[in-house]
Each structure stands twice: as C-alpha cells, then as structure tokens.
Design a protein around this ligand. Structure first.
Ligand code: ASP
Ligand code: MG
Length: 475
C-alpha cells in the first residue's frame, strides 16, 4: 500500500472550510496510508519568536500571548461544536500549553534567551496546530493519533537549524510509527508536528524556519529504510500551485515548473524561492521518493502542480531566481600569486565569524578573489578582513552591493544557452561582475549591479522564452 506523507502549510489551515478540505483530501487518498505533518498556523511562529526576543515589556508580552491564544481559539470555535467533548478537550489543552509558554517566558527573563529556550518556544506553534488537527479528525469519526515529532526525530545540538541523526530517528520510526501504519485492522491517520525534533539529551530542537517540509521528507526517508512498504510519496500542500520558474515579483509571466529532478530542485530551493525548505530534498533523493508541491485549494488538480523526482524535462531551463541583497568582496594582490593557502585564510576568517560565503570566483591568475556574503554579514566580514594582519598588509579589499541571478537546469551546460544569456544582457549593456559554474553544476550564477537586476532578469526571460517555458505551449 502506498504511504503518503502530507505536509499542511501554515497558510492553508485558516478556517472551517480549510479543515473541511482536509476531509476531502483524506477521501481522495483513501487507498493510501496517511501521515499529516502540520506547520504552525499562519504567523504563529513569527509571533512566538518576536515575543521571546522582547520580554522587557510585560504588557506587550500579555498582548502577544493573548493574540496567540486568539489565533487558535478563533479556529477551534469554527471547527468544533461548543458542546462537544473535543471542544472542551482542545480548550483545556491550549490553556495548559499557554501557561507552560508563560512559565518559559519567565525562565527566559531570568536566564536569558539561550538557544534551547528559543527552540522550545518556537515549537509551540506546531504543537497547537497538530493537536487541533488531530482532535478535528477524531471529532469526524476518523481514527487518528497525535504524535509529537520530538519523540521520533533525533537531531544534533544545532538549535534553530538542527540536523537529523538518521540512525537514531530510524529506530524510533520502526518502534513508534511503523506499528501504527502496518496494523491491518486499522486505518489510523498519524498527525505529526512539523519543524521540531530533539537532541540526544531531550531538549527540543527546530529544523530551521520552514522546517516542516523537512520533517515530511525525514519521515519519508526513515519509513523507506525501516518499513516493508517502499511505495512512498511526499506531498507538500501549500497556498501556491507549485514552484514557479521565476518569482512573479520580477515578471508577471512566470510559469509553473511541472517536472524537475532532485538536483535542479535543490538549486532552486537554495536560491531563495522560499517555497521549499532547502535541505528537505537531501532526505529523499537517494531512495528516489517523489515529492509533489500542490495547491491546498485544488486537491484534485491533475496537471498544474510541481513534481520533483528522478525525472526532468531536460530541454528546459528550470528557473531563474535572484538573491537581491548581496555584497561582493574582492581581495586583490599582485605579490602573492601562487602562494598556497590564501583561500584557506579567507575562509577561516569568514568561518571564525560565522559568516556563510556563497559564490566564489577566482581567476586562474590568482590575482583577484571575489566572493559573496549576505548584505547583513558584509560589515562584519570586511571589518574582520581589515583587522586580520595578513590581509591588511598585503592585500587590497574592495566591496560592492550586488545582486545574483541564478539560472538553473541541465540546459545551462550547453554553450548555446550561455551565448543567449550574454547576448540578452548585452542589449542593455549590463555588465557581469562575476560568474560561476562548476563542472557539473546545473546552475549558472551571474553577479550584476543591484540596480540592473530587474532589467537583467527580464532580458534573459524574454530571450530564453522558449527553453524557459514549455508548459505555456502545451496548454
Ligand atoms: N512554523 C515554522 C515556520 O514558520 C515551520 C514551518 O512552517 O514549516 O518556520
Ligand atoms: Mg510557517
């Protein structure tokens, strides 16, 4: 039997109709075993974070806690009848959890916002939403269990951006989830909290913002490894049709990408499309578990959704995406050509300051090295380089605000595609400041002046129209 792991995005569960929609989805997938992974309701994680970071003003804190309560109670009142046992149970449970949250805020005031406190606070959103979903299914006569993911997903200690420890997670999947799924007499639906796990000693961790996608794929991965059923699929229900080839902010004509392979999708997710958690594909790629991104409001859609699997339309450019706020730092020296270790020294300075470097370009002459950091990190990066004795003596350090355009798809490996891209940019004399593509990389990254970004994207989009978008011609 197929197992479908369905993540429900926070912006999907908003009212009575959206919960009815869940029942419809259950009907559509009635031949499969189902696991729902729920995100926090819309805006709740942000609100939890804001509150934890601003505990000085007690009136403000009370206001935020009341708002968190309201966001949940408003929905609870729409989906349960007030005289039902589920209604009372949910209300009582929310009350208890809210006092737990307030106790935690008191602790944070006393001890400071340690990383583990932060993750603990951030986990509340998924506890609320998933518990409510589980009770809703039960109130509709559906057999369902609430499973907090910190019982299943064990992670390393990197709070806020934790990484799953698969072997430990696998054994819990085997012990706790598989028996629920494999019981032939029961059709139990599992409701699992997204986004959270725990470290070995029991502290709750989170998988990074947007991490519920990752929860769904981690579960898929471990079910594949540990269970007998290998027919597994992940569906991410979102408030959009799927991945778009270009962020509609840049051009209104952007089209939906229907098929892409794991590698292409990883590139696109990393370049900030924000529809997909960048790390989530790594968990399913090896076992070739397909992942679909679907519009929650169109559960029966047959064509317009995105499928990520081992198959791709190789003739297409899969996406154009942009990093809008970046700074390119260029380190130059004529005197140290062919001296080993310069790059190592640059990256050591960056890593010591916890700054992530994205694109790196060095000419073979080794005179200049350019690399990109996020704008918010740039001051720290430049200060650190200037302070380091090595760089301040022998090197010249320059920096500039830039934007990066990433063009993704197997097609990028062909010369003719690159020729078209540069011809397009030439039409408005747009200067390329740096570029990279590694041997088998499916993405070409081009650095341009920030003010040229929109023009550049539109020029490339217009000239590569045909290879960028085939869906338009099929319709
Ligand atoms: N609730 C978390 C967030 O907003 C995780 C998620 O939505 O996937 O980042
Ligand atoms: Mg969210």
């Amino acid at each position: 039997m197929t197992i479908v792991i369905m993540k429900i995005g926070g912006s999907c569960l908003i009212d009575r109709h959206s919960f009815k929609n869940i029942l419809k989805i259950i009907g559509i997938y009635n031949k499969s075993k189902k696991i729902f992974v729920a995100s926090a309701f819309s805006g709740v994680t942000d609100l939890l974070q804001k509150t934890a970071e601003n505990l000085e003003d007690p009136i403000e804190v009370d206001k935020n806690v009341a708002l968190i309560e309201k966001k949940h109670i408003d929905i609870v009142e729409q989906i349960f009848s007030e005289d039902s046992e589920h209604y009372s149970k949910v209300k009582e449970w929310i009350d208890d959890k809210l006092s737990e949250l307030e106790d935690t805020f008191a602790d944070i005031r006393e001890f400071g916002l340690e990383p583990y406190y932060k993750d603990y606070v951030l986990s509340f959103g998924e506890f609320f939403s998933t518990f409510i979903l589980n009770q809703y299914l039960l109130s509709n006569g559906i057999d369902s269990v609430f499973v907090p993911a910190n019982k299943i997903i064990i992670t390393n200690d990197e709070f806020n951006n934790a990484y799953p420890l698969y072997e430990l997670t696998n054994s819990r999947i085997k012990r706790l989830l598989i028996p629920l799924l494999e019981n032939p007499r029961k059709d139990t639906i599992i409701c699992l909290t997204g986004y959270i796990g725990r470290n070995k000693i029991g502290y709750i961790t989170t998988l990074g913002r947007g991490g519920s996608d990752y929860t769904a794929t981690i579960i898929a991965h471990s079910l594949y490894e540990m269970g007998d059923d290998k027919d597994i699929k992940v569906i991410l229900w979102k408030d959009v049709d799927g991945l778009l080839a270009i962020n509609p902010k840049f051009t209104p004509e952007s089209s939906l990408i229907r098929n892409l392979d794991y590698n292409e999708a990883k590139h696109i997710a990393n370049f900030g499309a924000k529809i997909l958690h960048p790390k989530c594909l790594e968990a399913i790629e090896k076992s070739k578990i397909p992942l679909e991104i679907r519009n929650f409001d169109k559960p029966l859609e047959k064509v317009d959704f995105t499928k990520i699997s081992e198959f791709s339309d190789k003739d297409q450019i899969k996406g154009l995406s942009a990093v809008e706020d970046a700074v390119v730092i260029t380190i130059s020296s004529g005197s140290l050509v062919d001296v080993p270790g310069v790059l190592a020294k640059i990256f050591k300075v960056m890593s010591k300051n916890n700054i992530s470097v994205s694109l790196v370009a060095q000419s073979a002459s080794e005179i200049n090295t350019s690399f990109i950091v996020k704008r918010e990190d740039s001051k720290k990066a430049i200060d650190a380089l200037n302070k380091s004795e090595y760089f301040s003596h022998f090197f010249e350090i320059n920096f500039e605000d830039v934007a990066i355009i990433n063009i993704t798809g197997t097609k990028i490996l062909e010369n003719i595609t690159k020729a078209l891209i540069f011809q397009a940019l030439d039409k408005k004399n747009i200067h390329v400041k740096a570029l990279t593509q590694s041997t088998e990389d499916l993405s070409l990254s081009i650095v341009v002046e920030k003010e040229n970004l929109i023009d550049a994207i539109n020029l490339i989009h217009d000239d590569l129209y045909e290879i960028l978008d085939t869906t338009r011609f099929e319709d």
